[in-house]
Ligand binder design. Structure first.
Ligand code: ATP
Ligand code: MG
Length: 422
């Protein structure tokens, strides 16, 4: 039996990987414009980090972590998400002391969750995410949301829906929490065992239950928006005002609660409502997490961020039938005829490449016709033909594949000539 890849993972092959590269490139470009710097943290962290930050009542911690003991008997976990590590690093490197605040960071890399694999849900997936830590200005909430929307927009996605909610500050959440307990307690027996556990520990998570989603008590559950205190209301209004200023349409959904326990104030999701996208429509999720730095042992530093997976980004592009502008052509293919000419192309090819051209030659000792076919397959803009006669005369024949035009060029000036043409 041959060995196959683990369930929930995928190989990204040439032909597909160019899409990934383009998205990654766009993300980096946009982050530079928005002034977010890249941070790279380890693939595994102490398990304790995720227990404290993601929260031990969440699906991630309870069911999805790749947790293992290393040979030194430490409990480590493959990172299931990026925020915890970024905030840990922020605290560990005392970035709260930097002159520039807020500290604006982005990351891109694989995350690991033991999930039931299906379309858009993998066990290893790549997230791009940003975190802005050190400001409680609602303008930064709008900025973070705008960055995510701009990235999707820059690659042509149109069928996007932005949903926002406010989870309020601690006071508002506590008032809401009590209302939720009073609401669900009398009939909690009708809910799944997860929800029964959540009732006392974190009743807000009941609203996020995928199993009991359609229970009648869900529909008339107390809305957080009715429990926001004045400050939380002002904050939420400001975020909405800024989004409107930025011409970013949104809907408020008071049932939106999000993965981390420590979310407060702004929570948001970006969905695709393209037809045929399938069951999973959430492309991106994010929110504010004031209080998380303290939980990880640092000083107070309010933060906000989002994460999106590249897998679902690509699925959304496919659902909207968007062809990415991917270049799959090369500048020049060297065709040679005869032993000496063939030898000569080894050095010439290398020179071309060092001069900045994408170039290729034959390595299978193919006949001239087959070499031309290979040049066609690699979408060469120019094909340069070197035969024994040309070599003797110190010339090379260059053909433009776009126009069919041919010219004879001195070998010494070949690279300069190509530079002029391309
Ligand atoms: P879901 O409700 O779909 O499980 P989530 O709340 O677990 O999402 P987050 O932890 O907020 O997701 O992660 C942010 C984003 O990362 C999601 O919106 C989605 O784009 C992506 N994502 C999360 N889990 C996976 C996965 N298993 N495979 C691919 N992408 C994922
Ligand atoms: Mg999930």
């Amino acid at each position: 039996m041959s060995i196959r890849l683990p369930r929930g993972t995928q190989d990204i092959l040439p032909g597909q990987v160019e899409k990934w590269q383009l998205i990654e490139e766009k993300a980096r470009e946009l982050c530079a414009n928005f002034q977010y710097s890249e941070i790279r943290t380890p693939i595994f962290e102490h398990t304790e980090l995720f227990l404290r930050s993601v929260g031990d009542t969440t699906d991630i911690v309870q069911k999805e972590m790749y947790e293992f003991k290393d040979r030194g008997d430490r409990s480590l976990t493959l990172r299931p998400e990026g925020t915890a590590a970024v905030v840990r690093s922020f605290v560990e490197h005392k970035m709260y002391g930097d002159a520039n605040q807020p500290v604006k960071l982005y990351y891109m890399g694989p995350m690991f969750r033991y999930e039931r694999p299906q379309a858009g849900r993998y066990r290893q997936f790549v997230q791009f995410g940003v975190e802005a830590i050190g400001s409680a200005d609602p303008a930064i909430d709008a900025e973070v949301i705008a960055l995510a929307m701009s990235l999707y927009g820059s690659l042509g996605l149109k069928k996007l829906k932005l949903i926002i909610n406010s989870l309020g500050d601690k006071e508002s959440r506590n008032a809401h929490r009590q209302a939720l307990v009073d609401h669900f307690k009398p009939r909690i027996g009708e809910f799944c065992s997860d929800c029964q556990n959540r009732l006392e520990k974190n009743p807000m998570r009941i609203l996020d239950c995928k199993q009991d989603h359609d229970h009648e008590l869900m529909k008339n559950a107390p809305s957080i928006l009715d429990y926001l205190n004045t400050n939380s209301k002002i904050y939420f209004n400001k975020v909405q005002q800024y989004l409107t200023n930025l011409n970013i349409p949104f809907e408020v959904d008071s049932n939106l609660v999000r993965g981390l326990d420590y979310y407060n104030h702004t929570a948001f999701e970006i969905m695709s409502d393209a037809e045929g996208f399938g069951a999973i429509t959430t492309l991106c999720g994010g929110g504010r997490y004031n209080g998380l730095t303290e939980e990880i042992g640092g000083p107070e530093a309010p933060g906000i961020g989002f994460a999106m997976s590249i897998e679902r980004f690509i699925a959304a592009l496919d659902a909207e039938n968007i062809e990415l502008p991917i270049k799959n052509e090369i500048d020049c293919y060297l065709v040679s005829l005869g032993e000496e000419a063939k030898d000569y192309t080894v050095g010439l090819l290398h020179k071309l490449r060092l001069a900045g051209f994408s170039a290729e030659r034959d390595y299978l000792d193919r006949k001239i016709k087959a070499q031309f076919k290979a040049a066609d397959r690699s979408n060469a803009k120019y094909v340069a033909v070197l035969g024994e006669d040309e070599l003797k005369a110190n010339k090379i024949n260059l053909k433009s594949m776009a126009t069919g035009e041919q010219m004879e060029i001195e070998l010494e000036t070949f690279i300069d000539k190509l530079a002029e043409l391309i």
